[in-house]
Design a protein around this ligand. Sequence first.
Ligand code: SER
Length: 888
Amino acid sequence: MNSVNEIRSTFLDYFHRNGHEIVPSSPLVPRNDPTLMFTNAGMVQFKNVFTGLEQRPYKRATTAQKCVRAGGKHNDLDNVGYTARHHTFFEMLGNFSFGDYFKEQAIYFAWNLLTKEFCLPKEKLLVTVYHEDDVAADLWKKIAGLSDDKIIRISTNDNFWAMGDTGPCGPCSEIFYDHGDKIWGGVPGSAEEDGDRYIEIWNLVFMQYEQVTKDQRNDLPRPSIDTGMGLERIAAVLQGVHDNYDIDLFKTLIRASEEATGVKAEGEFVASHRVIADHLRSSAFLIADGVLPSNEGRGYVLRRIMRRAMRHAELLGAKEPLMWRLLPTLIREMGQAYPELIRAEALISETLRLEETRFRKTLERGLNLLNEASHNLKSGDHLDGETAFKLYDTYGFPLDLTQDALRRRNITVDVEAFDKAMERQKAEARANWAGSGEEATETVWFAVRDRVGSTEFLGYETEKAEAVITAIVKDGKIVDELKEGEEGALVVNQTPFYGESGGQVGDTGTISGEKFTFDVTDTQKKANGVFIHIGSSKKGSIKTGDVVELDVDQKRRRKIRANHSATHLLHEALRETLGTHVAQKGSLVTPERLRFDFSHPKPMTAEEIKQVEDLANEIVLQNSPVTTRLMSVDDAIAEGAMALFGEKYGDEVRVVSMGQRVDPTKVGNRPWSLELCGGTHVKRTGDIGLIRIVSESAVAAGVRRIEALTGDAARHYLDGQDQRVHEIANVLKTTPQEALERVHILVEERRKLEKELNEARKQLALTGGTANHSEPDIEEINGVSFMGRVVHGVSPKDLKPLADAGKNKIGSGIVAFIGVSEDGKASAVVGVTDDLTSRYNAVVLVKALSEVLGGKGGGGRPDMAQAGGPDGQKAEDALKALRQNLTK
Ligand code: SER
């Protein structure tokens, strides 16, 4: 049996054996094309290789490329489910030559594979060539031995393949399979060609030119080959069925949907099962590639696809969300070829379930409204645009869902009136913005938004992308051009640059085109989703409409990611350590460091800081994956996600979980940290490397702040600390290990020395200046012994003991010491021996000193009093004054 999986491997193996590198499918969101909504052909990832802009280490490649055709130019959504071959998601098998082999080899490879490997009978095959391409026609004759009537010349663009208005292109040759005369239809180019009998199975494009502008077409550096074969179509041929939905893969998916709903795929229900099977594939693959349902851009196309399927689930009578229950079947069928499905299983499953749960809340009421409004309409009528708009606006019915619901009754929607209603609503919203505070001063951004819409952010998935300049703003005005050296802001249709929000700083990097380079110094988000890239043109001038390449400074972004994820881990660690009163009050995430403010009434102790740091680092070492899901705010909060109080969130929020916590009361592990967050994060916690808290301080009453470093910054910080310990050890002439012990010893020694020094100074003071002065320096004044001295290096608190010692020494008399400190201030003490206190009062005497010293009196008892003054240089004069006082 030729299963889809077998056909895919046969194709890839065949070309691999023939010197082709098997290259994995590129993501559905094209990184290298600014205008393409989704990857829609195998050659998209090789676009720049064909034109010579990009070099690869191989000249031949083969791929099974996932493609989506919905929204944008190739929109197959309307027909999907109702025809044999329309899909929103399909796989394109292809072989590519980049300037290596050309027509002959390409035709040979294709013919050989179809007839020898796939064993298709020659008489069932016929081909078309571009009418001028005699070479291809001759080659088909020579290689395949086809007769002239089986080589049909086509003059239209059907046989000239171009990627778009610009890009690589060339004549092509298509191979058709004849499903037999039981089916209506004519050969290509005939009047009945639209019938289903002759089906194109493979398109060989002889890439020869590059369309540069509408009128200019250049030769490619070397002629190349791009081929594309729809896997579902060739599977139908090889499995002997006419309808793509009858191949093994779709049969399995449809069986799963029959089992889940209990409704057989028969009669009126066939289309619904097909829609569900097809849309499940596109939804799951888009979500795996980072697209999440939203109301704009790619996210909106995904939402339209999902809701269309969900309405069909309702038609089948499904009472509960259905799509997510079919996911395991899809993963069993396609997970081996596309492991991204397995990796993103949880995200896909939850996103599907959430979208369906939410949509079901309004689906029934919306359908009732639709039934009422269309009740009296008959085949060929239009539904009014107002109702369609109300369904869109209030009940979340994308326009195509309403159209699909009316399709069976052959009723269409007045799309013009729908668009008008939409425009009116936008105008009202604009009027509201214009009036609101601070934003009103930045009206230019609303004008930009109005003109070009919001910017699609690609930065969760990539740091490099192509885009088109949609607006340029200089000095607050929209301009057409920014010249070399000028500063301004660029707006593009899609960007990998993160616009500052949620505490995370904006990205920096470069935007470049063929003739210019623009340095982005900051990225900001304005007017509800317009990303502006602020900076200046370093080289050349930039015009609106230019195709550009955007490169985020990846090293810087890596550091920002680590710091942002570390903030989440610290937040949770703080709550664990200090209590659940800890709530985020603000944060700043830069490439250098992170700052986190939180409610807590007192300073953290050193132990608490250590504990927080240890906990957060434990999760870093878990190296567990960081996952992001899209949830409704209510569900997120119900799951325990931390949200900022007072913050305005949209209907749906990104919820970031990190780390694992084993919860004995529950089955399975719970995330350790769960937060509502739109920022960019590491893939696994181990990518943070290391977290180091470097400060803890107060910000306001009841609000504390920690600052921390991660990765290299944390390591360099610790290196610095280490370096200092080494330097200290060097100075101490010891090892870093023994430095602390050495410091303790030194401190102890110093304390002892200080004590000894003090003693020595006291002794010195008493003995009159020289250590060996045997007799105290005692004078006789008015028959009373007097010892007066100015001392240096004796602390004020030691003056009293000094005076006591002096009194002891003279036995009877008066002592006065004036201590002069290093900064020139004086402290004085006067002592009177007890036998003299009836004649002399120390308090009175010390005042005499204090007056000269510039002080304000003094105090004490008659036998001992103290005073002070600022004029230490007058100490000797003060003693003189005291002597005079005693002579009176
Ligand atoms: N690029 C061509 C196509 O999409 C052949 O792969 O048909």
